[in-house]
Design a protein around this ligand. Structure first.
Ligand code: PAF
Length: 287
């Protein structure tokens, strides 16, 4: 596996590979890699000649400076894991390489991300999706992948990125990959490393509440299903629901009745102590 630190080096590497007829998969990450990321890399390796993984903690998508400062960084471990997973190249740029002159001074382009970016994470993390669109579009323009791989834990992010490529006219296949969970059900996330042992013990209750609510939803209304999840989670010490929305997965608009969409997903964000965890569950899937 080759380690690339500059945009020029990535462009040269990818163009050489393309000259040899390679197809290119891109796995954008912020590092502190876990099995969820590795599953994306393995899928890309199985579907492309070359897999480029980016490891970059993107400052412009953090609306909270403390969150950016505490985000876990494990470059050496990441490089070792990626080599073992069969990645062809890892792109580990500096902030200066991606944002020459700094992130503040630039006149940012405003992306048209549609309504999908206004709700849920968009409401609670103002500017977050503009930052995601900024870095992901840059990576797409640098690597020009055939396919790009994202985890469904960030269900809303995938919808927003699909809107971004449409409005920016970027030609890439977005491949959504299933959530990876620990044995106790907790969705794998780089942020899990920030949980205290006590918090880690209760965090799986988020998925447990969501999972049990699927059965409940077959005989209860959307509102009752929403409330049972929120009440159950909020009753557990250390856990505090920021939002839970039951939405039409195609538009991310909140629904009032199950019949409103053939594809319904519940998206949740819960503070576990100071750590912000997200998860989601499908209530209805298209046949
Ligand atoms: O999902 C993430 O880790 C980040 O939002 C992404 C897509 C790598 C952009 O920084």
């Amino acid at each position: 596996m080759i380690i690339l630190r500059t945009i020029n080096d990535v462009c040269r590497y990818v163009s050489e590979q393309r000259d040899h007829g390679a197809s290119v998969g891109l796995v954008p990450t912020m590092g502190a890699l876990h099995e969820g990321h590795i599953s994306l890399v393995e899928k890309s390796v199985s579907e492309n000649t070359v897999t480029v993984v980016s490891v970059f903690v993107n400052p412009t998508q953090f609306n909270n400076p403390a969150d950016l400062a505490s985000y876990p960084r494990k470059e050496e471990d990441d490089i070792r894991l990626l080599a073992a997973a069969g990645a062809s190249a890892v792109f580990v740029p500096s902030v200066e390489e991606i944002y020459p002159g700094g992130t503040e001074v630039q006149e940012p382009h405003v992306f048209d991300l549609g309504m999908a970016a206004e709700v849920m994470e968009g409401k609670y993390r103002p500017g977050h999706f503009q930052g995601v669109a900024q870095i992901v579009s840059k990576l797409f323009r640098i690597v020009m992948p055939d396919r790009a791989y994202f985890g469904e834990k960030d269900f809303q992010q995938i919808a927003v990125i699909r809107n971004m490529i449409k409005s920016e006219g970027i030609d890439v296949d977005i491949v959504a990959c299933p959530i990876k969970r620990a044995d106790d059900g907790l969705a794998l996330s780089s942020r899990n490393a920030l949980l205290s042992p006590e918090e880690r013990k209760v965090a799986p209750e988020i998925h447990a509440a969501l999972k049990d609510s699927v059965e409940y939803s077959f005989s209860h209304s959307v509102q009752a299903t929403h409330d049972t999840v929120v009440e159950r989670i909020n009753a557990i010490p250390h856990l505090d629901v920021e939002y839970f929305e039951i939405v039409d997965a195609r538009t991310l608009a909140a629904i009032d009745e199950w019949e409103e969409s053939p594809w319904v997903v519940g998206c949740i964000t819960v503070y576990c102590g100071k750590v912000r965890l997200i998860d989601n569950i499908a209530y209805r899937l298209p046949k």
